[in-house]
Design a protein around this ligand. Structure first.
Ligand SMILES: [Zn+2]
Ligand SMILES: [Zn+2]
Length: 351
């Protein structure tokens, strides 16, 4: 049995570089990918902390990765070995009602890479190889000269930012607030500005605020203890639209507090579980609230169109480069908010 190196979850705050069995083709439309680059993501922090119920020890983490086809089943002959590809952060069947309508994020069979517990386990891409089910749907060719970081953004962060903007349908004169200058918030604000909108980012971390300012964005530093109070929101003026790129109660309530009557909010930060919201106040102010999930499959055309405009922020989006062995320690720093996002370079061994 061939083995490979992979970063696996071993328990709360325990990631390990492990030698595990190399995955193999199982279904006729599977592909096996040789991973070249992967990326860390804020979503992985929930897993890292042990916040996902019934998450299985041994699950290989990572849902943002690019590589080359190493092998493919007979149902996906166009995925020839050696083809460079980017991969959706989740797999979808491509055949159910949701998939046929183009809403792959609502596929009944949707599974996120590098995840288990709340879904059947699907090992992720922080590894030398990854098995991609329904590969004809999940994989998109990546030109040989394309920056790997563009392919990594296309897996999750870029479709998430694009889906927030698509849902808000901003006019150029409108004011947009973006809560949180993490990777998703920063890219959302950057793309909004490229479309003529003037966004204001709200961020508690001075380092993250500085990073966003370095790419020309306006940032207001806020107290670490959000949600924003109404009086704090009054000082900023009210916005036509707001994006919550933090998630949880803090992020969502801050975004809602910033809206003018009739304003609209898009929630892209992760929500998990209940908290109190004053629905009466939202109703009286005629607030619209939308939750959006980025869809790297359904939004393929928009992603391809937007990728060139992401080039100026690639360095800011991926300030760190690491080998696979450095991933466990990096997550500890990521949790302390000392780090932002990293490209993980998977060493080429044994070829
Ligand atoms: Zn992600
Ligand atoms: Zn489906």
């Amino acid at each position: 049995m061939s083995t490979m190196r992979a970063v696996v979850w071993a328990g709360p705050r325990q990631l390990r570089l492990a030698e595990v069995a190399q995955p193999r083709l199982v279904a006729p439309d599977d592909a096996l990918l040789r991973v070249r680059h992967a990326a860390t993501c804020g979503t992985d922090l929930h897993i890292y902390r042990g916040a996902v119920p019934d998450f299985e020890p041994g699950t290989v983490i990572g849902h943002e990765f690019v590589g080359e086809v190493a092998a493919a089943g007979p149902a996906v002959p166009h995925l020839r070995p050696g083809l460079r590809v980017r991969c959706s952060d989740f797999v979808a069947c491509g055949q159910c009602g949701a998939c046929r309508r183009g809403g792959y994020a609502q596929c009944l069979g949707r599974r996120l890479f590098g995840f288990s517990g709340l879904q059947p386990r699907l090992d992720g891409g922080m590894a030398e190889f990854v098995r991609v089910p329904w590969a004809g749907t999940a994989l998109t060719p990546l030109p040989p000269d394309a920056d790997a970081r563009a392919g990594l953004l296309a897996a999750d962060v870029l479709p998430t930012a694009l889906s927030a903007l698509a849902r808000l349908q901003l006019a150029p004169w409108e004011r947009l607030a973006v809560v949180g200058a993490g990777p998703v918030g920063t890219l959302t604000a950057f793309l909004a500005r490229a479309r003529g909108v003037t966004p204001l980012l709200l961020e508690a971390s001075p380092a993250r605020a500085a990073r966003a300012r370095a790419v020309g964005l306006s940032v207001r530093e806020v107290a670490a203890r959000m949600p924003l109070s109404d009086s704090a929101a009054d000082l900023l003026g009210r916005f036509d639209a707001a994006v919550d790129a933090v998630g949880g109660e803090q992020g969502l309530r801050s975004a809602l507090a910033l809206l003018r009557p009739g304003g609209r909010a898009a929630g892209v930060g992760v929500q998990a579980g209940p908290f109190a919201v004053d629905w009466g106040a939202l109703m009286q102010r005629q607030i619209s609230l939308h939750f959006v999930i980025g869809d790297p499959i359904g939004q393929r055309a928009e992603i391809d169109a937007a990728l060139p405009s992401c080039r100026p922020v690639l360095d800011a989006m991926f300030p760190d480069r690491l080998p696979l062995a450095a991933v466990p320690d990096y997550f500890a720093a990521l949790e302390r908010r000392e780090r932002f996002k990293a490209v993980v370079e998977i060493a080429e061994e044994g070829q």
